[in-house]
Ligand binder design. Structure first.
Ligand code: PXP
Length: 378
């Protein structure tokens, strides 16, 4: 059961990242079947709770409420305001400090209690350290999101019901992927509206909807509310997305689309070529993320050309991260050419479809995903 995050007071932290950390903690202790609620509040909010439940009228940083009910692990209340104060003292970020407090509260829910004496204090610190090391180490690795469009391509070849990309998405998640991606094309050549609606209901990790910035697609996104939208260019005759979106030329309409999606609470990524002026334009639209089109690198015909393209991806990923954009990458990536890019620390997410679905025809989808995960996390 995914953790629930209740935001009583929004601090400078990524809710998505807190949620992912909470879900990771549950998984790491084989407790995913249990309910966990994390409440983010401020000093006044946590003071109120301290006063009400513990008769101590001051603000602490975190409080845990274990549950006696079998299906519920409990609640963790964190003061993000206090996390910010402690981050300044400890020279860390509010985000990291909030996650440290989440881990502390979580370990309490597991039954550890540092207030029971020096032995328990040591035992609890050891558990916290172990979880913190593993969680932060994991967060250094890029995420792998699998595009299941081509499962739908096979289905559409016969116009029937199998294979179902929704079923594929479930197996992909069980295999350990960090997210599911689908491209709802204007011509509906593979993914159908029904697929996106069902995926919204079953995807437990996160659902990325790739789409053109058209009126029809914006309406669908506003309605379905994927976890993130990736805006892509779309031409009817193309076999697949050829080249990134020309944000420079379309800046006004893309900015309007980003605004509409933000108003619906949906973060936006823009699929662009690794070019400085496109990245700057993407930043100006207000999008929080770019996906670097890796097609020129993947399709390079000579070693020299591939090196040149690789260098430009590395340079532009660094530039984008420096100006505050989250960097994803995708297109044409396979079991041979992904490893090098996985070592580029600014790229935090890969979106890979065709090569994984192709391999799954021979080895099964679970194994194909696991093999790609080993490359991306390696
Ligand atoms: N990212 C985007 C924006 C795409 O349009 C595609 C192709 O649908 C991919 C990633 C995945 O590319 P591939 O199927 O070549 O792995």
């Amino acid at each position: 059961m995914p953790a629930t995050i209740l935001v009583k007071s929004q601090g400078p932290v990524s809710i998505q990242s807190i949620k992912r950390s909470a879900n990771w903690l549950l998984r790491s202790q084989l407790l995913s079947h249990k309910e966990l609620t994390v409440v983010l509040t401020d000093n006044a909010g946590i003071k109120e709770i301290n006063k009400r439940w513990f008769k101590r009228p001051w603000a602490t940083n975190v409080i845990s409420f274990p549950s006696e009910e079998p299906g519920i692990l409990g609640d963790i209340v964190i003061s993000v305001e206090r996390a910010r104060e402690e981050a300044q003292e400890g020279l860390t970020t509010v985000q990291n400090r909030t996650i440290e407090l989440l881990i502390h509260g979580f370990v309490h829910l597991l039954g550890y209690d540092h207030e029971l004496g020096p032995h328990e204090e040591k035992r609890m610190a050891k558990k916290e350290f172990e979880l913190k090391r593993n969680l932060f180490r994991r967060s250094l690795m890029a995420d792998l999101c699998i595009n299941v469009d081509h499962v739908a391509t096979i289905r559409q070849a016969r116009g029937g019901v199998e294979p179902d990309p929704v079923v594929a998405a479930g197996i992909v998640e069980l295999a350990g992927a960090d997210g599911i991606v689908v491209h709802l094309r204007e011509d509906r050549r593979h993914i159908q509206d029904r697929d996106v609606r069902l995926l919204r209901q079953i995807v437990q990790t996160r659902l990325t909807l790739e789409m053109a910035a058209t009126e029809e697609m914006l309406g669908i996104a506003e309605d379905i509310k994927p976890d993130i939208v990736t805006l892509v260019p779309e031409k009817r005759q193309e076999l697949t997305t050829e080249g990134g979106l020309d944000v420079l030329a379309l800046e006004k309409s893309i900015t309007d689309a980003v605004k509409r999606l933000h108003d619906a609470g949906i973060p936006v990524s823009i699929f662009i070529d690794p070019e400085r002026d496109q990245i700057e334009a993407a930043k100006r639209t207000g999008a929080e993320c770019i996906e670097i089109h890796t097609g020129r690198y993947a399709d390079a015909e000579s070693e020299e050309e591939r090196e040149k393209e690789f260098d430009s991806i590395v340079e532009m990923a660094g530039f984008a991260a420096d100006i505050g954009l989250r960097v994803h990458a995708g297109h044409g990536l396979n079991y041979q050419n992904t490893g090098r890019l996985a070592a580029v620390s600014e790229i935090v997410e890969f979106s890979i479809g065709h090569s994984v679905i192709s391999r799954s025809v021979f080895v099964g989808i679970e194994r194909a995903v696991k093999e790609m995960l080993a490359i991306v996390k390696g």
